[in-house]
Each structure stands twice: as C-alpha cells, then as structure tokens.
Design a binder for this molecule. Structure first.
Ligand SMILES: Nc1ncnc2c1ncn2[C@@H]1O[C@H](COP(=O)(O)OP(=O)(O)OP(=O)(O)O)[C@@H](O)[C@H]1O
Ligand SMILES: [Mg+2]
Length: 229
C-alpha cells in the first residue's frame, strides 16, 4: 500500500481538494483507495456525505489512531491511502508525515503560502525526513508567479511537481456535489491536470519504493558481511 499525506501549515492551499482528487484518480485506474481525514473540520468526510456511489472510503481518525487505521486499511486490501490534515496543526502534520511514504505540499504561488514552507520542512525533519513534493495549486492563467514560486521552492530544496493545477472553478464545483474535477468535467483542463499530477505522484512512489528495497538489501548485505567477519 502506498500512503501519501497532504500537509501544509497554511489554510486553504488545496489539501482536501487534492486529497479527494487523487483518491478518485486512483479508483479510476482500478486501485482501492481510502481517505483518512485528520481534520476536525471533517471537510473530506462531508464531501463523502455529499457523494453518490461507492469509493473512496473516507474515515475520520485522530493522530493517535492513524497508524492503526492504516494497518487495518492495508489488511483490507487498500492500495492507495491518502491522509488529509488540518492547517496550523503540527501534531496532525507530524503524525501524518511519520507514516507517509510521500508528503504532498499543495502550495498556491503566493507569498502567504510560501512563507509557511520552512515550517512544513521542520515538521518533515522531525518526522525523519519523509520525502516530500510541493504541488503548485490554483495557478493563475496569466503571469509567471508559478515560476517565481518554483524558484523559491528550489532554493528551499523542496522538490516541486513538474505539473500544476490551474485556478479553476471546477475544483470547487465538483467538491460541492461530492465529486472530483475529473468526474464533474471529464474532458476539462482540471481533469487533465489531476491525471498528470496523479501519474507523477505514482511514479515517484514507485521509485521511492525501489530505492528503499535497494537500501534495505544493501543494509542486509552489510550486516551479513559483518557477521561473517
Ligand atoms: N486549483 C484550484 N482552483 C480554484 N479553486 C481551488 C483550487 N484548489 C482549491 N480551490 C478552492 O480553494 C478552497 C480551499 O481548498 P481546500 O479546502 O482544498 O484547501 P485546504 O488546504 O484543504 O483548506 P483547509 O486548510 O481549510 O483544510 C476551496 O474553496 C476550494 O474549492
Ligand atoms: Mg482541508
């Protein structure tokens, strides 16, 4: 099971929008996905209440119960778990970053969002340097703010997803009826953007998992060599 966590200390950056979009995207390619909602505002749970049809399952959990919830999800055959976290809550962000394979940091290309990135980085460090990926969200159609944001994130040494989401009404409209943008308007630009971002995240997760296996193999080999003298 792959686990991603949406973390950003600033409110309204698009954590829940991305959480539901990615969980739906995984479902659309045949994976079993789940959303674990750590936000006391329960935005993802409320989205699910408005949703017609099956999947993804959305469960509300507390940080202290997160690890257990994920063990259960894996036992039940979940392939892709998405943790949505509240803004301005270091305890939840830390708990999510500790259990995630990859932390996703949605970020609007504006100073208010960007200035909270160092704080998010501190949380990642506390969690044991969980790999992270910033995703530029609600990028205006005009201007080069996204390029400035990308340059700043590079300086802060935060990897940035090469694909970004535009500022599009479809994300809010879809959420209002318990859908993701790619369901509300499958041929729209928002749908295409989500698909690109989802694919990039999946390929990053696959690569991280390969790296981890290699590292574990290497450590095992070193241990055996030491034991053999
Ligand atoms: N790409 C986008 N284009 C336009 N509107 C967007 C986009 N992404 C998110 N929004 C809108 O911005 C608002 C905040 O998004 P969302 O709830 O996903 O953020 P959040 O980070 O989960 O917020 P919170 O910190 O309160 O949990 C919502 O009204 C949502 O519809
Ligand atoms: Mg939210």
């Amino acid at each position: 099971m792959y686990t991603v966590a949406l973390v950003a200390q600033k409110g309204g950056t698009g954590k829940t929008t991305l959480a539901v979009s990615l969980a739906v995207a995984a479902g659309q390619v045949g994976l079993t996905s789940i959303i674990v909602d750590l936000d006391p505002q329960a935005t993802a749970c409320n989205w699910k209440d408005r949703r017609k049809g099956d999947g993804p399952v959305v469960i509300d959990a507390q940080p202290a119960r997160l690890a257990a919830a994920l063990v259960k999800a894996a036992e039940n055959g979940v392939d892709f778990a998405v943790i949505d976290t509240p803004a301005r809550n270091e305890q939840s962000a830390l708990a999510a970053a500790k259990v995630a394979d990859l932390v996703l940091i949605p970020c609007r290309p504006q100073a208010y969002d960007l200035e909270t990135i160092p704080n998010t980085k501190e949380i990642l460090a506390l969690a044991g340097n969980t790999p992270a990926l910033a995703i530029l969200n609600a990028v205006p159609a005009i201007g080069d703010r996204h390029e400035q944001a990308r340059a700043l994130l590079n300086r802060l040494q935060v990897p940035v997803c090469p694909y970004m989401l535009g500022n599009r009404a479809v994300f809010g409209d879809a959420g209002a009826v318990g859908q993701a943008a790619q369901e509300y308007d499958p041929r729209g630009k928002g749908a295409a953007e989500i698909l690109q971002v989802y694919k990039y995240i999946l390929s990053t997760l696959v690569q991280l998992s390969k790296d981890k296996t290699k590292q574990e193999h290497h450590e095992h080999q070193s241990q055996s060599d030491r034991a053999a003298g």
